[in-house]
Ligand binder design. Structure first.
Ligand code: HEM
Ligand code: SF4
Length: 278
């Protein structure tokens, strides 16, 4: 099977297996997103939303139209800092069997994505993801993308501090936040628990690395060094340290300040020059 091979439907005689059991009650914010998606899709079908308006809305919700045209879509599911529960993996396994090609990709930035889902099936796919607490919200578009974390967070002997709660707080603070919805370009935040930087903080818009400092009274304070304006691509640029030490209480205001500067000063005329590194 090649990457561009379309979905092959299972033989009609194969009874579809039921979806795996869901978790607890659905997160009300994800519930509202799915309901809104259904509404916007209905408005698009009724001709009330233009192709362009629906395209931007769909992308902001992690649904990419595939380049070969037709109604094939790629669904990108956010997995903040790479932390996923067994029932969520079960559900994704069932979804790729039922709606995609039986497999998907775990991406460099800790999303899970799968192709060849038909546009009219997206609402039900979002519904199944919601049942296990997963969202595609802001997995694409000019938004704050999935917040990454180093892979051994919480269990690594080298870490200066466990970045898990900080990455979770950052994810929760920015997802659906009005300031993250219409940025000049996508915005990427990565966390690493120490300077080894397995979380690849050094080539992201904001890279946060766990560090310690010794205060005047000799105690050790755990906090962060925040790097900004890194990027890869055809013009790679290593990130620059914003300051030597950012106390834990200052982390979210610091990241938000970076985002606000980018929002106001970023290049809105040329998308190719719109990342912080420019
Ligand atoms: C000829 C080969 C390649 C080209 C032309 C290319 C081009 C690009 C471009 C244009 C971007 C977007 C940068 C931005 O948004 O500012 C990007 C991002 C990225 N690329 Fe590549 N790439 C290539 C190979 C690779 C390879 C081999 C890897 C990994 C082994 C890789 C990993 C990444 C990652 C992780 C990002 C996201 C980081 C970021 O947003 O700054 N790329 N690449
Ligand atoms: S960045 Fe540091 S703390 Fe995180 S996995 Fe790598 S070595 Fe461990």
């Amino acid at each position: 099977m090649t990457l561009l091979e379309p979905r092959i439907a299972p033989p009609a005689t194969t009874p579809a297996p039921p979806p795996p059991p869901a978790g607890g009650p659905i997160d009300p914010a994800i519930r509202a997103d799915v309901d809104k998606y259904r509404q916007q899709y209905a408005r698009f079908l009724a001709g009330e939303l233009s192709d362009e308006v629906f395209r931007v809305y769909r992308l902001t919700n992690g649904i990419y139209g595939q380049r070969q045209g037709g109604t094939n879509q790629m669904v990108r599911v956010k997995v903040p800092y790479g932390s996923i529960q067994p029932e969520q993996l079960e559900m994704i396994g069932w979804l790729v069997d039922t709606y995609s090609r039986g497999w998907g990709h775990i991406t460099t930035r800790q999303n899970i994505q799968f192709h060849f889902v038909q546009l009219d099936q997206i609402p039900e796919v979002l519904e199944h993801l919601a049942a296990v607490g997963l969202t595609t919200r802001e997995a694409c578009g000019d938004t704050v993308r999935n917040v990454q974390g180093c892979h051994l967070a919480g269990a690594c002997p080298h870490e200066e501090l466990d970045v898990t709660p900080w990455a979770e707080a950052t994810y929760r603070h920015f997802v659906r936040n009005p300031i993250s919805q219409r940025l000049p370009r996508k915005f990427k935040i990565n966390f690493s628990g120490c300077e080894t930087d397995c979380g690849q903080a050094m080539f992201n818009d904001v890279g946060v690395i766990g560090v310690t400092r010794r205060t005047d009274d000799g105690t050790v304070e755990r906090g962060f060094r925040v790097f900004i304006a890194g990027g890869l691509g055809t013009t790679p640029h290593p990130a620059l340290a914003l300051e030597d030490f950012t106390p834990r209480t200052e982390l979210l205001p610091t990241i938000e300040a970076c985002l606000r500067v980018f929002d106001q000063a970023g290049n809105r005329d040329n998308k190719l020059r719109a990342r912080m590194k420019w």
